[in-house]
Structures are given as structure tokens and as C-alpha cells.
Design a protein around this ligand. Structure first.
Ligand SMILES: Nc1nc2c(ncn2[C@@H]2O[C@H](COP(=O)(O)OP(=O)(O)OP(=O)(O)O)[C@@H](O)[C@H]2O)c(=O)[nH]1
Ligand SMILES: [Mg+2]
Length: 464
């Protein structure tokens, strides 16, 4: 089977290189605000696990399309000879300066590439584009047009009409933000245009979908491991004889918080690597949980959680019993739909823990004392971590390699929007993870269960 090759062509500065970067998932494609950034045709193969699925060719924009077309018309025979006339044009001009860009962009097409013609739906259609489209038609190669609105899509209709006369397929696609499913659809559509490539492109689409699923599962595993590492983390310090424990409390807490942040950062880096981003700059609010008042509603809203969610989750995690709960805190709608017994136990689980973790003095069997901060007791904590990880994942998975700016991440996704069933399931899996020691078989099972639950939350169809 031959591997499909697409030449991305058009006017200068219309997002050709951006489309190449998006479809080839390649951050090395040169993109810049100035016209004339791309000066040579360059091939970018799209690989999954060392298999080339298809290749994109980035090309310079047309500079003298009308003059080139004039030349071709002067040398025209019948319609059947038009591709040969284009080839002759390139053969005669490739060593000169005048049609350098035209020769660069036409050569890969003459070598057998399919054509993706890119225009900007934010600027009006004009007859100067006709010459470009006519030349492309003369090559006789299969082609589609993409309207990429760089700004307001004010001129999409006139473009659609004009392009429809030259191209069998016209699509509107924001090449910077193109969703995964839109990219896959583009491949399948091209398969319909070029019979010979249909099997390869159908296969490429299937492989991409499969690969995407693996990326989600891998990312879910990274998140589950991060949550586990956070939940089991402790900071230890040896105490000198007679030294008061409180002397080290602040430093130990500080160290603990620093480690939590580091674990979160490392997990984010790993998720970015899974999606093919090795060196993203991130702008993210630091993980400030320890500074928050854990009982205040605002603290939880900041992380996309509501108190009633925490209660719902606590109800299944077999939390503390005994004591009293202020039912007004819980919200009447929630109370109405729940078993009161479980609820009270659960609620106490949440509200009895107003600290993230405890400072403890441990007596060593060999004598001496150690101070321990952690492990985390808060039942809310894993929800916060997951909410933050999920938002980060959503931004990374939805990004294209044409976007070159800093990744700006907020606090977290609204976990309270998840169905109660899902929240309870998560709470149970968090607790199971917490109760098994890292390295044990039980822990591995707990990790796998949490990974599955998280992977379900990363499906694109899930509400964010
Ligand atoms: N806002 C927005 N900007 C875009 C979009 N597509 C491209 N751009 C920007 O437009 C500029 C030109 O994009 P390129 O992909 O370099 O365009 P090109 O057609 O390859 O340009 P040349 O190589 O110079 O012919 C860059 O600054 C892109 O970031 C889009 O869909 N939306
Ligand atoms: Mg370019």
C-alpha cells in the first residue's frame, strides 16, 4: 500500500504550516506571523509507533500565480496534456528566481502528493486566488480546500461558493484548534477522493483512534499514580534528644507541600509527553491546598467541589461514626435523596478532618524520636488533585502542535458536575488506594481500578 502524501498549499500566511503542524503532530514546523515564513518544501511524516501513516509537505505560498498561469496557457495543448504542461513549467523554471516558490510548491504535487488548499475565511475572496486554484486543477491531482478562519469567519460563504467550483470537498476548519475527531474525519474524506489511498487512510484513522485511547489510558495511569504518591507521602525528621517537636512543624509542612507540588508538576510533564509535547511552558496556579481553610465552602468551590459532594463521597468511604452533624450544611436536596444513616457517617468523615495531615512524634524502637508529617488525611484531597489533573489533561489533549504559546491552566474542573454515582465510585477507589501499601498486590489492583475510573472521565464525550 502506498503511503499518502499531502502537499499543503495556498497564499502566503494563511495557516499552511499551522495545518501541517496540527496534522503531523510536529512542533518543529516553522510558523510565524509574517508572510514568507516557509521558503522550501519540507516533508513531515506522521508516525505512530514507527509506522508512517501519512506525510504532510509544508510549502511556500504562491507568489506569481497569474504570471505562472499565463505561461502555462501559452503552452497549453488539450486538457489531457495539462499536467504535463505544469511539469514542463517546473522543469523550465526551477533553477530561476522568478517562480521559485511556485516550483517549490508544485514539485511535490507533480511527484504524486494530494492537494490541501488553505484559505483564510476572515479575509474576502478575490479573483487573484483563481489563478492559484486553476493551476492546482491543471495538475490533475485529488484535492480538497480548507477554509481556516484567522479571526472572524465573515467571508466563509463567498469562499465556499468560489472554492466549490474548483474543489470537490470544501471544509471549514480552525487549524489551530482542530479537534481530534475533525482531524480524523479529514483523513477519511481524503480517502473518498483518492480510491488508491482509501485503505491506507482508513487504517491511519483507525490507528489514530486506537492511539488516542492508549494515550488517555496512559494519562489516567499517570494521574492515578500521582494521587497514590500524594496520599501516601510522609515527611520525616529525626528529633534530637529533648528537642521540641513544634520547632520543626512549619519546616516539615513546607517540605510536605513542596513535595506535593512537585508530584503534581511531574505528573503534568508526563501527561504532556504522552501527547507529544516535550517542552511546554506552563502557567499554572500553584497547589495551595495547605493554605486554605479546609472547612470553608469557598475553598472547595475554588477547586470545583461543593461541600455536598464531599459528603456524598464520604458516605461510601466508611468514615468515622459518632458525634453530630449540622444537617443544614448539607443541603436539603441531597438529604432527600440519600440514606440518612450512611450520610451521617460519611459527613462526619469529611468534617472531622479539618487538617490536611497530622504532625506526629514517633518513638523509634532503637531509641530516639522522629517527627512525621503525613500521610494526608483529608478525604477531599484526591478529588482536588483529580479535578486539577483533569483540567490539565483536557487542555493538553485538546491542544494542537500549531499552538506555540504558554499552556495556561486554571484551578480545576468542576468535579461537582459529575453524577453522584461517579463521585461515590471515585471515593471508594481513592479509599482503597489509601488503604493498600505501595508495592503490594492489593495496591496494584487499587491503582488499576482507579486508572479505569479516571480513563472514563477523560473520554471526550464526558462533560468537563
Ligand atoms: N488566530 C489564528 N491564527 C492563525 C490560524 N492559523 C494560522 N494562524 C496564525 O497565522 C500566522 C501564519 O500562520 P502560518 O501557519 O505560518 O501560515 P503559512 O501559510 O504557513 O505562512 P507562510 O509560510 O508565510 O506562507 C501565524 O502567526 C499563525 O499563528 C488560526 O486558525 N487562527
Ligand atoms: Mg508556512
Amino acid at each position: 500500500m502506498s503511503t499518502p502524501v499531502f502537499a499543503v498549499v495556498g497564499h502566503p500566511n494563511k495557516g499552511k504550516s499551522s495545518l501541517v503542524a496540527t496534522l503531523a503532530r510536529d512542533a518543529t514546523v516553522g510558523i510565524a506571523p509574517d508572510p514568507g515564513t516557509t521558503t522550501h518544501a519540507r516533508r513531515f511524516p506522521m508516525r505512530v509507533a514507527d509506522t508512517v501513516l501519512y506525510t504532510l509537505v509544508d510549502t511556500p505560498g504562491f507568489q506569481r500565480a497569474r504570471a505562472a498561469l499565463d505561461w502555462m496557457r501559452q503552452h497549453e495543448g488539450d486538457a489531457a496534456s495539462r499536467p504535463a504542461v505544469v511539469a514542463r513549467f517546473v522543469a523550465e523554471h526551477h533553477s530561476g528566481e522568478r517562480f521559485r516558490d511556485e516550483c517549490e510548491l508544485l514539485r511535490p504535487i507533480l511527484d504524486g502528493a494530494g492537494i490541501i488548499y488553505v484559505v483564510d475565511g476572515a479575509t474576502p475572496y478575490g479573483p487573484e486566488y483563481d489563478a492559484e486554484m486553476e493551476i492546482l486543477r491543471w495538475t490533475g491531482r485529488p484535492s480538497m480546500a480548507i477554509i481556516n478562519p484567522i479571526g472572524q469567519p465573515l467571508h466563509v460563504d463567498s469562499w465556499t461558493t468560489a472554492l466549490g467550483q474548483f474543489f470537490r470537498v470544501v471544509r471549514v476548519l480552525d487549524v489551530l484548534q482542530a479537534r481530534f475527531d475533525q482531524q480524523v474525519e479529514l483523513l477519511r474524506v481524503f480517502g473518498l477522493l483518492q480510491e488508491e489511498w482509501r485503505p491506507s487512510l482508513e487504517r491511519a484513522a483507525d490507528i489514530l483512534i486506537d492511539h488516542r485511547r492508549h494515550q488517555q489510558e496512559d494519562a489516567a495511569r499517570v494521574m492515578a499514580e500521582m494521587i497514590s504518591a500524594v496520599l501516601h507521602h510522609v515527611e520525616l525528621r529525626r528529633l534530637e534528644l529533648g528537642e521540641p517537636a513544634q520547632r520543626h512543624a512549619a519546616a516539615l509542612q513546607e517540605q510536605y507541600q513542596g513535595r506535593l507540588r512537585q508530584l503534581e508538576r511531574e505528573a503534568r510533564n508526563e501527561v504532556e509527553r504522552i501527547y507529544g509535547y516535550d517542552a511546554l511552558n506552563r502557567n499554572e496556579p500553584e497547589f495551595e491546598l495547605l493554605d486554605l481553610d479546609l472547612l470553608a465552602e469557598e475553598s472547595w468551590l475554588a477547586f470545583g467541589l461543593k461541600r455536598r459532594d464531599l459528603v456524598a463521597a464520604g458516605a461510601v468511604s466508611g468514615a468515622v461514626t459518632g458525634g453530630l452533624v449540622d444537617a443544614s450544611l448539607l443541603g436539603t436536596s441531597f438529604l432527600a435523596g440519600s440514606a440518612i444513616g450512611g450520610l451521617v457517617g460519611g459527613a462526619l468523615g469529611w468534617f472531622s478532618t479539618d487538617k490536611l495531615a497530622e504532625l506526629k512524634v514517633l518513638h523509634q524502637p532503637m531509641g530516639g524520636q522522629r517527627l512525621r508529617y503525613g500521610p494526608a488525611k483529608s478525604l477531599q484531597l484526591p478529588f482536588v488533585l483529580l479535578g486539577r489533573a483533569r483540567l490539565h489533561h483536557q487542555l493538553v489533549a485538546g491542544r494542537t502542535h500549531a499552538q506555540r504559546g504558554t499552556l495556561v491552566v486554571g484551578q480545576g474542573t468542576a468535579m461537582h458536575a459529575l453524577p453522584d454515582r461517579v463521585k461515590k465510585e471515585l471515593a471508594a477507589r481513592f479509599q482503597r488506594l489509601r488503604r493498600t501499601s505501595p508495592g503490594s498486590d492489593g495496591h496494584e489492583t487499587a491503582l488499576a481500578l482507579l486508572t479505569d475510573a479516571i480513563a472514563d472521565l477523560l473520554e471526550p464525550s464526558q462533560p468537563n
